[in-house]
Design a protein around this ligand. Structure first.
Ligand code: B4P
Length: 182
């Protein structure tokens, strides 16, 4: 099965991914983690991505699609923070179709803005200051939130209210995945 986690910055995509991958035997594909690894390695790609990420923008579709393409296998995947634009979503559908696969389910983690702010300010990552977070939330609304309708049109969206504790949110997600029996 192939699953997508959709949600605003700080909604818990990365946190929940860690709890889900082993249970369902999925490969964890986080474009955020891949980009941070490139920055840590001081690669050319990392250097180009760093200023964009620090400003709260989105790295180019071409770069992130290329990173995902390199890592796709025959195994089911959990896509964490990818796709973030319609162009990325269309590219992913195409790449999966070439392997005879598809997205089975898109989990939309829905968390209120105040809670998102609290979590991100408490996390302390380089791109977690107030101005950057405000930009990331705005970019999410314009570029990424339209993906909810994109996947809803395919009948794949399951919305999980993620304001509660990490454990409560995990329980809601596993209940959905268990019901789907993918
Ligand atoms: P990401 O790495 O994807 O990170 P994120 O959206 O900020 O966070 P996430 O939702 O995973 O939150 P987390 O679990 O960590 O992106 C970083 C940047 O990379 C982007 O801004 C962009 O520049 C670039 N990028 C990545 N993918 C891209 C793409 N496809 N295209 C273009 N650019 C891309 O949780 C946050 C905090 O909340 C943590 O401290 C956690 O402990 C806490 N938390 C989580 N759940 C909680 C709960 N239930 N209760 C209390 N605290 C909780």
């Amino acid at each position: 099965m192939n699953i997508i986690f959709l949600g605003a910055p700080g909604s818990g995509k990365g946190t929940q991914s860690e709890r889900i991958i082993d249970k369902y035997g999925l490969v964890h594909l986080s474009t955020g983690d891949m980009l941070r690894a490139e920055i840590a390695a001081a690669s050319e790609l990392g250097l180009a991505a760093k200023s964009i990420m620090d400003a709260g923008g989105l790295v180019s579709d071409e770069i992130v699609i290329g990173m995902i393409e390199k890592r796709l296998t025959e195994k089911g995947a959990l896509f964490d923070g990818f796709p973030r634009t319609i162009a990325q979503a269309e590219a992913l559908d195409k790449l999966l179709a070439e392997k005879g696969q598809k997205i089975d389910c898109a989990i939309h983690l829905d968390v209120g803005k105040d809670e998102l702010m609290n979590r991100l300010l408490g996390r302390g990552r380089a791109d977690d200051n107030e101005a950057t977070i405000a930009n990331r939330l705005a970019v999410y609304q314009t570029q990424t939130a339209p993906l909810i309708d994109f996947y809803r049109a395919q009948g794949k969206v399951h919305t999980v209210v993620g304001n509660g504790t990490i454990e409560e949110t995990s329980a809601k997600i596993t209940a959905i995945l268990d019901t789907l029996k993918l």
